[in-house]
Design a protein around this ligand. Structure first.
Ligand SMILES: [Zn+2]
Ligand SMILES: [Zn+2]
Length: 420
């Protein structure tokens, strides 16, 4: 298996995103490396935190044990863009303060997945539509470079591409503490084996009637330490492996990721050969986050389901726990309906207390089967199906040119339910 790593501008964008994601969530700053869709969802999360009267510290710290390189997981080009999904290991340091008192603190290891989109090599970008990072209005790229017709901000091409167009954090085994435990296990093995040999060797010698010489006594700590290191070094990976296997079996009873992933990908590829599960996960987690953090999910362009449980509105952070299962997959009358269950790490604020819950979310998604997957799709830059004008559908669901209400099912996935 060959590994590819990010380089050049995509790498710089990836790192920039990881560095500024925290300040965007906690302080409400704009993330210049991310597109308007991500900035919109993050602003919803920031407003939730403010509304709950909290001060949240959210710092992503690169794991020292992971390779300094960013792994390139998946690449797909569509009509205008090159899209890359890539990941790297991070520690998320969370702390929540209310009225000057720290009420919650934790540190957890995650893999940060980002989708980075760039204009295709050889693409003449001047006629492409783009939503202004400042005001959100849609203009031609050539216009934005000379100053947005709506707010006047002008951009360099490097400001606009490449952009991070999707991201999620995936629960990951903590390699720092694993390494610490392994080293501890080696040291304990060395000490225990040496002591054991100091006790056993004289006894065995006495039984066999062989006198104990000084050479043997000197060799005992050397041999003991060596054997202890081998046993201790093997013991930990073995037991850690068994422990993980047991956990994985336990988890698979509720969430059967491996099998579900294979099944889901196979069924979707039958409809859209360009389907990618990695890319879909980024999209699904991002839609779930937007629905969770929205003040009223009815205002969201992509949500068509019933009212959410008020309990969901107590959530202040939500990340993917690394497992999902496919509950329902139905293709009928030009639509595909999918119900998935996601294992999530969720931070709640209720009764003035913050608590971390690991729970299952059930989410329904619907999509047309007759259109290819558009990797460059953005809710902030859609083309009116009626008159062809481009506009930002997050700012206004109605086309500013012909007045027709835009429905997201025209172009992309919509969410039909969300429960936990
Ligand atoms: Zn503008
Ligand atoms: Zn229109």
């Amino acid at each position: 298996m060959e590994f590819h790593y990010l380089s050049g501008k995509s790498k710089a964008r990836y790192n920039e995103f990881a560095e500024f994601l925290g300040p965007a969530i906690s302080k409400g700053r704009i993330l210049p490396s991310a597109d308007n869709d991500i900035n919109y969802t993050i602003s919803l999360q920031h407003q939730r935190i403010i509304k709950k009267g909290l001060d949240v510290e959210y710092i992503l710290e690169p794991s020292k044990n992971a390779s300094q390189e960013i792994l390139d997981v998946f690449n797909r080009s569509d009509a205008h863009y090159d899209n890359k999904v890539s990941c790297r290991e991070y520690y998320l340091n969370h702390s929540v303060t209310k009225d000057g008192q720290t009420i919650y603190k934790d540190r957890h290891c995650y893999n940060l997945y980002e989708t980075c989109s760039d204009l295709r090599v050889g693409e003449n970008p001047q006629d492409l539509d783009h939503s202004c990072p400042n005001c959100g209005a849609v203009s031609r790229l050539s216009e934005l470079q000379h100053g947005c017709p709506h707010c006047g901000t002008s951009y360099m091409m490097d400001d606009l591409y490449p952009k991070v167009t999707g991201y999620y954090l995936l629960d990951w085994p903590d390699s720092e503490s694993m390494m610490k435990n392994w080293k501890r296990s080696v040291v304990i093995g060395m000490i225990a084996m040496t002591i054991l040999m100091f006790v056993c060797v004289p006894i065995i010698r006495a039984i066999k009637n062989i006198p104990l010489d000084i050479g043997t006594l000197i060799l005992i700590p050397v041999e003991g330490a060596f054997m202890g290191a081998v046993i201790g070094g093997l013991y930990f990976p073995l037991f850690w492996g068994i422990g993980h296997l047991i956990r994985a079996i336990g988890l698979s009873a509720t969430t059967s990721t491996f099998d579900s992933r294979r099944k889901f990908e196979r069924k979707m590829k039958h409809i859209s050969p360009e389907f990618s599960c990695d890319f879909f996960m980024g999209k699904a987690v991002s839609l779930i986050r937007a629905a969770v953090f929205s003040e009223d999910e009815k205002d969201l362009l992509f949500y068509t389901g019933p009212e959410l449980d008020p309990y969901i509105k107590d959530i202040i952070d939500l990340n993917y726990g690394g497992a999902f299962s496919l509950e329902k997959f139905a293709e009928k009358e030009g639509f595909v309906d999918v119900t998935l269950r996601f294992f999530m790490h969720v931070l709640y604020l209720s009764d003035g207390k913050v608590s971390l819950k690991k729970q299952l979310f059930r989410a329904g998604f619907r999509r047309r089967t007759d259109i290819p997957i558009n990797y460059g799709f953005s809710m902030t830059r859609i083309e009116c199906p009626s008159c062809g004008a481009s506009f930002n559908a997050i700012l206004n669901k109605h086309c500013p040119h012909c007045g027709r209400e835009y429905e997201m099912i025209t172009d992309d996935w919509v969410m039909t339910q969300l429960t936990c």
